[in-house]
Design a protein around this ligand. Structure first.
Ligand code: PLP
Length: 382
């Protein structure tokens, strides 16, 4: 059997006529930059995310960058974030000239540990860039409390978390800015690069729309130094079609996650050879009661002892896996100037060494999931 990590072909086949028609429509108009598809996409994503305004941009990475630029964050400023994330999070901070200041993660949720944030606040701290990793929102209440106390901005990196919820509130709607990515492998992917910034604030939204077009207002009069961060009409057209199916796909991912949990439990591996992802609705009644969260499982990530050996075994068995992420950001070569060393953020380092993502895409079948768990069992219980 062959179980890829992600099967975008299966998704495309299920909605091909609609996607093809939407793409064709853009070609008929020959209007490729911004335009009505982008406006419709901004309104739809803002509404879906419980936010007042949306600004379509060129990628999730640029969404993070433009949010920081919109606030004039740069040299001399500090932004608190997690070292256990995709590079773009801290990359955006560093690109403005500001300093990424890392806080270690909670080993159960893999999200920035709210308890450790306040100790890192200095006179230079301007913002907290919180990441909702794998589709599970970070513990926002204590993070927002620290931000309020110290008058910090909160930027949500929701690239992996569109539609996820924290106490009934959607990713991107709680902080000052919410940033999404339409990279094809995200839960809501376009046909190339794309992204969106959402905000509740009309003035911030208006400035974002200027910033993404070189800060021009009116045309050829540059009010700010922005950039070309515009969203293509083609990407917006594809996203507009796919958004209608996103909740179905998220539910399918959730039931795939529950099925994995059940299969691992039945095989006697849960909590032993395999640490399951923390899933508020199913695995921990007490914490689930305190936190009505919606995990959208962009990734289903387990923790195992001999991770690299298991991956090799699964590869031979035809099962696709990936490591998100093998090198925490504080020990990346390009961040050597920050002066960190191994051991500075032990939970991030342990997660980077022990975790592996399994196939969780919506179209995954019972047989495929059973095969994945059997293959893991064959290695871990040998
Ligand atoms: C994918 C991702 C990004 C960047 O999005 P792109 O659209 O690929 O630029 C940023 N942060 C996180 C956590 C991501 O997963």
């Amino acid at each position: 059997m062959n179980v890829p990590l992600l099967d975008l072909n299966a998704q495309y086949r299920s909605i091909k006529p609609e996607v093809d028609a939407a793409v064709q429509q853009v070609f008929e108009t020959q209007r490729f930059i911004l335009g009505p598809e982008v406006v419709a996409c901004e309104e739809a994503i803002a509404a879906y995310s419980q936010a007042a305004h949306g600004c379509g941009v060129s990628s999730g990475s640029d969404a993070l960058l433009i949010a920081l630029m919109n606030e004039g964050i740069g040299a001399g400023d500090e932004v608190i974030t997690t070292p256990y994330t995709f590079f773009a999070t801290a990359g955006a901070i560093a690109r403005t000239g500001a300093k990424p200041v890392f806080v270690d993660i909670d080993p159960e949720t893999y999200n920035l540990c709210a308890d450790h944030v306040e100790a890192k606040v200095t006179d230079r701290t301007k913002a907290i860039m919180v990441v909702h990793l794998y589709g599970l929102m970070a513990d926002m209440d204590p993070i927002m409390a620290v931000a309020k106390k110290h008058r910090l901005l909160v930027i949500e990196d929701a690239a992996q978390a569109i539609g996820s919820e924290y106490k009934g509130r959607r990713a991107g709607s709680i902080g000052d800015y919410g940033c999404f990515s339409f990279f094809p492998s995200k839960n809501l992917g376009g046909a190339g690069d794309g992204g969106m910034v959402v905000t509740q604030d009309a003035a911030r939204a208006e400035k974002l729309k200027t910033m993404r077009n070189h800060g021009m207002k009116p045309k050829y009069y540059n009010k700010y130094i922005g950039g070309n961060f515009r969203l293509d009409a083609l990407q917006a057209a594809v996203v507009n079609v796919k958004l209608k199916y996103l909740d179905d796909w998220s539910r399918a991912r959730q039931s795939n996650a529950l099925r994995y949990n059940r299969l691992f439990s039945e095989a006697g591996m849960a909590g032993g050879a395999v640490t399951l992802p923390w899933f508020p609705a199913s695995t921990d009644a007490e914490r689930a009661g305190a936190c009505t969260c919606r995990h959208i499982f962009n990734q289903y990530v387990i923790r195992v002892k001999d991770r690299d050996g298991l991956r090799e075994h699964l590869k031979e068995a035809g099962v696709g896996t990936e490591i998100y992420y093998p090198v925490p950001l504080h020990v990346q070569e390009c961040f050597a100037y920050l002066g960190h060393k191994e051991g500075d953020f032990p939970e991030s380092e342990r997660a980077a060494a022990e975790t592996v993502a399994l196939p969780i895409y919506p179209e995954l079948t019972d047989e495929q999931a059973e095969y994945v768990v059997e293959s893991i069992g064959a290695y871990c219980q040998r």
